[in-house]
Design a protein around this ligand. Structure first.
Ligand code: NAD
Ligand code: TYD
Length: 350
């Protein structure tokens, strides 16, 4: 039986990846390692927590000794590394945490993996999950390719870029069996309501204003989270060692157009008259260093591994809205306590 460690499995994307692997591969033992920060929530995995091939480990990837001990004890054959501080706005108000978790944490995992296999890596694999934000900001034209030079512009993307470089350095220097992917903006169930789509859904539900940074003209490429999980499965099993794969939805939206679409879906679902939610849109001070546009060319992944996105955006967004409307308790739980403090600092005091 293979032992696979998934880090950050209690977070948004990680919980979908853990569920996917636990269901798809009963012959694997899946270990979910997570510190359970504000973004980690074991409620996300309630449906699989008792499965015999699932184990949870509460640990901090920044804790070098603890990580090495865990690797020595469990001898993981594969690592899928998602644990990270992931929110750009938090990286602007507190960059240091991002350096520890995203850079030092990644190096600790690389070192522990190297240490237990003593550089004999046959049948082993270390998969590092990253973001398209490492490539910087596009103008109106162009797309990110795997060969696009890195140009990170926020503390979040700079910390992810740094970890990507280190993972590649371990491949070249030590022959570590690594593979990487850089994905565009994900959306779907279980996303913490600090990110645009769940934050807007939650605010519309409560009749609160929807904060749009600047003029709402920034563009993101959006991918349904389960399509990312499917890509991760393919790349983990079939990706070529040392290679990077871009993952994207071929689905670019200006923030303001996305929010208009979301408002219309919400009005319909809540039985409100058309235009009600749009009245909540409020333009607020722009994010510092706000990247204008991200767009991904995922043709390498499509051609080499046969992946493509399965859902169109309207369908995915409807599914997402339905999930949030049907999971009020989850939303209430994650927005109590510390969330109020974050929300006040980010939106009320500014
Ligand atoms: P998330 O913030 O929802 O979850 C992160 C998880 O990591 C949480 O469960 C948290 O508890 C855990 N974690 C944080 N610090 C830790 C530490 N020191 N030790 C152990 N666990 C720790 O993030 P997400 O949106 O699910 O993103 C997951 C990964 O995917 C990240 O590496 C992110 O950079 C990458 N990514 C995200 C997106 C996106 O749109 N969300 C897009 C591309 C890539
Ligand atoms: P976000 O979900 O934070 O993802 P990222 O910054 O990683 O792309 O933001 C998506 C876009 O929405 C981004 O251009 C910033 C913008 N945004 C707002 O306009 N208002 C908000 O309240 C948030 C959280 C984001």
């Amino acid at each position: 039986m293979k032992k696979i460690l998934i880090t950050g499995g209690a977070g948004f994307i990680g919980s979908h990846v853990v569920r996917f692997f636990v269901n798809q591969y009963p012959e694997y033992e899946i270990f979910n390692l997570d510190k359970l920060t504000y973004a980690g929530n074991l409620e996300n995995l309630k449906d699989i927590q008792k499965r015999s091939n699932y184990h949870f480990i509460k640990a901090d990837i920044v804790d070098e000794k603890a990580i090495l001990e865990l690797f020595k004890k469990n001898k993981f054959d594969g690592v899928i590394h998602l644990a990270a501080e992931s929110h750009v706005d938090r990286s602007i108000s507190n960059p240091t945490e991002f350096i520890y978790t995203n850079i030092v944490g990644t190096v600790n995992l690389l070192n522990a993996f190297r240490n237990i296999w003593k550089d004999d890596f046959s049948q082993k694999r270390f998969y590092h999950i990253s973001t398209d934000e490492v490539y910087g900001s596009l103008g109106e034209e162009g797309v990110f390719l795997e060969t696009t030079p890195y140009d990170p512009r926020s503390p979040y993307s700079a910390s992810k870029a740094s970890s990507d470089h280190l993972v590649r350095a371990y491949y070249h220097t030590f022959g570590m069996p690594v593979v990487l992917s850089n994905c565009s903006n994900n959306y779907g169930p279980f996303q913490f309501p600090e990110k645009l789509i769940p934050l807007a859904i939650n605010n519309i539900k409560h009749g609160r204003s929807i904060p749009i940074y600047g003029k709402g003209e920034n563009i993101r490429d959006w991918l349904f989270v389960l399509d990312h999980a499917r890509a991760i499965d393919l790349i983990f099993h079939k990706g070529k060692l040392g290679e990077t794969y871009n993952i994207g939805g071929n689905n670019e939206w200006k923030n303001i157009d996305l929010i208009h679409l979301l408002c219309d879906i919400m009005d319909r679902k809540l039985g409100q008259s058309e235009g009600t939610s749009r009245q909540l849109i409020t333009f607020v001070k722009d994010r510092a260093g706000h990247d204008l546009r991200y767009a991904i060319d995922s043709s390498k992944l499509q051609k080499e591994l046969g992946w493509k996105p399965s859902l169109n955006f309207e369908t995915g967004l409807e599914k997402t809205v339905d999930w949030y409307l049907n999971n009020q308790i989850w939303l209430d739980n994650v927005t109590s306590g510390d969330y109020q403090k974050f929300y006040n600092n980010q939106y009320v005091k500014r």
